[in-house]
Design a protein around this ligand. Structure first.
Ligand code: MUC
Ligand code: MG
Length: 367
């Protein structure tokens, strides 16, 4: 169970449909495959998605921090020394997705070593989750058509609508068009990626007050400290903190400060070890949680479903588990399948996934 090597392999897979949102846009999955090797010949995998507009990480930076700092700090530890690994990774500030991928690859390797699924090792609550699909910026007719496609092809009935454009009516028109098209047959919520000011956010939420929204996520920046507290205090639905809460301490700060009332858990940024800490904190504080999406590929989505199915609280709402459908290809030998609006966690040890060597050879960008 001793770690002998940690690899960081950059790869690039184009999106068939780019995702656009208030803080940026993504046209290709330029991610980093992380592989943790042990002296038993076990290999654990995970992926890190660089999101410079969210965490400041780049693909080159993720490879460098893993190769230069994390790998030397972890080689020689056993897979059960997770707390030691966590503290060694924490000596480096920032780099959330690089740390998370290393952590999750260690868990995958541990699952393979003991012959058990990661989801069972974490909590083993259920084997499936309902799926929520993120709809990126476009005009109302195209966003409705995209929702129809996801509804008809995959049975998806929950949509997170990206908002945060100016004027706010650009986005409120989309949400209204979706509600008019689907009626009560779908759940809708909105994510502003910090695009609006607090007052624009309140105006938009008032315009949409008859549309039965489930949540509002990160409509304005957490750094608008009083403005955001003012906004959250006036809403009658939970306000989800996402990129403003990359650590448990941030969750505490935002929630106790009145700037958030629900939490997005993203395994891409807190791994399994950190996500468990956020989950337990949310349980202790009595907060609702949603399993979020860092525009994950299929490896990242396998991680999110493994964690989301482990606990009752994370499996309660639809999880954001479908945006890999917009990628032109992926690295797994067996693709994830969404049907009837649900994704099952993979059976089998670890994450239950295997990397296709031919696909990795085609898409890696370091050789
Ligand atoms: C989200 O929930 O914000 C958009 C940017 C990012 O980093 O993640 C996505 C989804
Ligand atoms: Mg978000």
């Amino acid at each position: 169970m001793k770690i002998t090597a940690v690899e960081a392999i950059p790869f690039a897979i184009p999106y068939t449909k780019p995702l656009k949102f208030a803080s940026g846009e993504v046209h290709a999955a330029e991610h980093v495959l992380v592989r943790v090797h042990t002296d038993d010949g076990i290999v654990g995998v995970a992926e890190a998605p660089p999101r410079p507009f969210t965490y400041g990480e780049t693909q080159t930076g993720i490879v460098a921090v893993i190769e230069q700092i994390f790998a030397p700090a972890l080689i020689g530890l056993t897979l059960t020394e997770r707390e030691v690994a966590h503290h060694r990774l924490a000596r480096t500030v920032g780099n959330p997705t690089a740390k998370a991928a290393v952590d999750m690859a260690m868990w995958d390797a541990f699952g393979h070593t003991v012959g058990l699924p990661v989801s069972d090792l974490l909590g083993g609550y259920t084997d499936r989750m309902r799926v929520s699909h993120m709809l990126g910026f476009d005009d109302p007719a195209k966003m409705v058509a995209e929702a129809e496609r996801m509804h008809d092809a995959y049975g998806i009935t929950t949509f997170k609508v990206k908002v945060g454009r100016r004027p706010v009516s650009l986005d409120t028109a989309v949400v209204r068009a979706l509600r008019e098209r689907f009626g009560d047959a779908v759940e809708l919520y909105v994510d502003g990626n910090r695009g609006w000011s607090p007052s624009e956010s309140l105006r938009a939420m008032r315009e949409m007050s008859d549309l039965g929204l489930l949540f509002a996520e990160e409509l304005c920046p957490a750094d608008d400290v009083f403005g955001r507290r003012w906004l959250v205090g006036q809403l009658d639905i939970p306000f989800i903190a996402d990129e403003s809460v990359p650590t448990p301490a941030d969750v505490t700060r935002e929630v106790l400060g009145g700037s958030a009332t629900a939490i997005s858990i993203k395994t891409a940024r807190t791994g399994f070890t950190g996500s468990a800490r956020v989950h337990h904190l949310a349980e202790g504080l009595g907060l609702e949680v949603v399993m979020g999406n860092q525009i994950d590929g299929q490896i990242g989505t396998a991680c999110a479903i493994a964690f989301g199915t482990a606990y009752e609280r994370t499996a309660r709402y639809a999880g954001e588990l479908s945006n890999f459908l917009d990628m032109s290809d992926d690295l797994l030998t067996m693709p994830l399948q969404i049907s009837d609006g649900q994704l099952h966690r993979r059976p089998g040890a670890g994450l239950g996934i295997a990397i296709d060597p031919d696909k990795l050879a085609r898409y890696r960008t370091d050789l």
